[in-house]
Design a protein around this ligand. Structure first.
Ligand code: FES
Length: 146
C-alpha cells in the first residue's frame, strides 16, 4: 500500500495558493520545533469572508500538501467556518496521512487560527482569548509570530 494518497502527492507536487499576499489582513506563522518546519498563511478578508489565501511552507511534503488543502478548504468561506477547520478534516480531505505525519496537518490548523487572530488583533475585534491560546504557552507546535 502506498504510504501517501494520490491527493497528498497531487497537493505536494502541485500545491495550490502558494505565495504571499501583499498587505494581507492577517498573517499567521507557526512552526514545529521538533522537525523545524515552518508554515506561514496570509489572509485577505472582506466582510468576514476569506476572499484570498496564500501560504509559504518550509517543510515536509505532508506539511505542504496540508497547507495547500487547508487553503482550498477556507478560500471563499466565512471566518467562522475557517475557525472550525481541524487538522483531522484537512487530513481527511487529503484521503489520510500516515499516523506519524498527522502533526504536519496540525500546522495548517494552527497557522489559519494564528492568521485570524492576527486579523482580529489588527482590527481591534474582540474575541474569546480561550479560543486562541497563546502559542508560547504551548508545546513544540508553535513559534512566536513576528
Ligand atoms: Fe515537520 Fe511534517 S515533518 S511538519
Amino acid at each position: 500500500m502506498a504510504l501517501y494518497s494520490e491527493k497528498v502527492m497531487d497537493h505536494f507536487t502541485n500545491p495550490r495558493n502558494v505565495g504571499k499576499i501583499e498587505n494581507a489582513d492577517g498573517i499567521g506563522e507557526v512552526g514545529n520545533a521538533k522537525c523545524g518546519d515552518i508554515m506561514k498563511i496570509y489572509l485577505k478578508i472582506e466582510n468576514d469572508i476569506i476572499v484570498d489565501v496564500k501560504f509559504n511552507t518550509f517543510g515536509c511534503g505532508s506539511a505542504i500538501a496540508s497547507s495547500s488543502m487547508a487553503t482550498e478548504l477556507i478560500k471563499g468561506k466565512p471566518i467562522s467556518e475557517a475557525l472550525t477547520l481541524t487538522n483531522k478534516a484537512v487530513a481527511e480531505a487529503l484521503d489520510g496521512l500516515p499516523a506519524h505525519k498527522m502533526h504536519c496537518s496540525v500546522l495548517a490548523e494552527e497557522a489559519i487560527r494564528a492568521a485570524i487572530k492576527d486579523y482580529y488583533d489588527k482590527n481591534g475585534i474582540a474575541y474569546d482569548k480561550a479560543e486562541f491560546p497563546d502559542p508560547t504557552d504551548e508545546d513544540e507546535h508553535h513559534i512566536d509570530e513576528d
